[in-house]
Design a binder for this molecule. Structure first.
Ligand code: AMP
Length: 188
């Protein structure tokens, strides 16, 4: 079972992915987390992406595709993957299809967490206070939301046309959203 958890920044993708990790043993592959870890370690890659991330822009497709490729190899026996914050462009989605096909796998579900912009702004303001994530500041967040609308939202028709896109109301509380996600995964 391979799931793309999809939605704008602040939709709750990471929270829901972590629930599925603890409840089902799936592996969460968050490119945002991987890039933050690279920055923290002071690696070459971390230095390369720091400014781009702080501005709220997307790093290159090549970088994130290589990170995912590496993780798929490192977790060969995983019962399933949850792709969180990846893919974010159509080129990434096409690359993911290729990476999975080469391992006799596929994207089985794409679950979109739908949250309106006003609620996202509110949530991110709280997260900025709590976690002090640089790119949650109001200026960067606007850029991130723009990047989502312009570069990531086109994935909705991409996955819609494959018949694997489902939608959950991400405005509900965490448990309700988790219940809705679980039901969708267990339907098939
Ligand atoms: P996230 O934690 O998923 O919101 O990601 C934080 C930041 O990391 C994003 O604003 C981008 O700068 C970068 N990033 C994470 N995932 C991707 C991706 N799939 N493609 C391009 N940039 C990404």
């Amino acid at each position: 079972m391979n799931l793309v958890i999809f939605g704008p920044p602040g939709a709750g993708k990471g929270t829901q992915a972590k629930r599925l990790v603890s409840e089902r043993g799936y592996i969460q592959l968050s490119t945002g987390d991987m890039l933050r870890a690279a920055r923290k370690s002071g690696s070459q890659l971390g230095k390369k992406v720091a400014a781009i991330m702080d501005e709220g822009n997307l790093v290159s497709d090549e970088i994130v595709i290589a990170l995912i490729d590496e993780q798929l190899d490192l977790n060969k026996n995983a019962p399933g993957f949850i792709f969180d914050g990846f893919p974010r462009t159509v080129a990434q989605a096409e690359a993911l299809d290729g990476l999975l096909a080469g391992r006799d796998k596929q994207v089985d579900h794409v679950i979109r967490l739908a949250v309106d912009d006003a609620a996202l702004l509110e949530r991110i303001a709280i997260r900025f206070e709590e976690q002090a994530r640089d790119d949650d500041n109001p200026t960067s967040f606007k850029v991130r939301l723009n990047a989502y609308n312009e570069q990531t939202a086109p994935l909705l028709p991409f996955y819609g046309s494959k018949g694997i896109l489902k939608e959950v109301n991400g405005m509900n509380d965490i448990d309700t959203v988790a219940g809705d996600v679980a039901r969708m995964l267990d339907l098939e």
